[in-house]
Design a binder for this molecule. Structure first.
Ligand code: SF4
Length: 295
């Protein structure tokens, strides 16, 4: 991991699969910063970093230039920056790191919808090829309750637009995020969004109230009743049963997942359903991971 020698503006987050990437902060925080479940950037005000500071950070890694093959742009939603500004940063990365194979970032469906198709194609042609999109749910009522600022429709539009521009997406769904009242529609509509967008990667994690359940309930618009483990597995089962994916690499192996699923959908769907059924039948069995403190 290339974390030395620049000074990051903490807290710093990146997807698990970017563990060996160079992280460059081009914005700080998240311009939305309202999602009920998210505490990632609540300690920061959103701002774009000065271009000269970003360039200085990039140049600091010149001694390691040939080793750097992947770059992740942080923080929460760098795509709020104008396309010309993003293109200047991508050009700087490409000229500094001759072996660069992939540039990735977090993105929201709205970020993607606000860019023109021409802009998205230009960004992809200049190396931005993978987007991590936390869609959380495909259900508009759940999205409203968690203050995501997206709907079923905007999520599909944003994801399909980036796909048409040639970018890959890694999408994430939160098991249990809508609580007991909305569990069925959360499962069904999340599956529908994935079916309509056929992302390259998909994953689920389990809702974790980092500041306590009451804090989450206060930020949730409506009555939130937390799912039991067994109800979380039932929700996963309904979601999985309704997925019609052609070739999506699927992972539910985040620290919050008590049942680990890894494979490719659709080929591994029956195996996943069998694993979920076993978890429902034996929620304290060997296949179930213990709760990890903090998750
Ligand atoms: S858009 Fe992402 S980073 Fe911003 S508040 Fe929501 S979940 Fe957190």
């Amino acid at each position: 991991m290339y974390t030395f020698p620049i000074q990051y503006h903490e807290p710093l987050f990146r997807p698990p699969s970017e563990g060996r990437s160079l992280i460059i902060q081009i914005t700080l925080g998240c311009s939305w910063n309202k999602c009920s479940f998210c505490e990632m950037y609540t300690s920061k005000s959103f701002k774009a970093r000065k271009e000269e500071d970003v360039f200085t950070d990039i140049e600091t890694f010149l001694p390691y230039a040939s080793q750097i093959t992947k770059v992740f742009l942080a923080d929460g939603d760098p795509l709020v920056l104008s396309t010309p500004r993003l293109l200047r940063i991508l050009a700087k990365l490409n000229e500094t790191f001759p072996n660069l194979r992939r540039i990735s970032t977090y993105a929201s469906p709205s970020n993607l919808s606000r860019k023109s198709m021409e802009d998205l194609i230009l960004l992809r042609e200049n190396g931005l090829s993978l987007l991590y999109v936390g869609i959380e749910s495909g259900d508009s009522e759940v999205l409203e309750a968690i203050q995501k600022g997206e709907t079923y429709q905007t999520t599909i539009e944003g994801l399909n637009k980036s796909k048409e521009a040639g970018m890959d997406a890694s999408v994430m769904i939160i098991n249990g995020v809508g609580g007991l009242h909305l569990t069925k529609q959360h499962a069904l509509n999340s599956a529908k969004v994935l079916n309509a967008t056929q992302p390259k990667f998909a994953s689920t994690l389990v809702l974790t109230a980092h500041k306590g359940l009451e804090h989450y309930q206060n930020r949730y618009k409506g009555e939130f009743i937390e799912l039991t483990n067994s109800q979380l597995f039932q929700e996963m089962k309904l979601f999985m049963e309704n997925l019609k994916l052609e070739h999506t690499i699927f992972r539910s192996d985040h620290a919050s997942n008590r049942l680990v699923l890894k494979g490719t959908l659709g080929k591994d769907k029956d195996r996943f359903l069998q694993q979920i059924d076993e978890a429902i039948a034996n929620p304290e069995g060997d296949a179930i991971r213990p709760v990890i403190p903090g998750y």
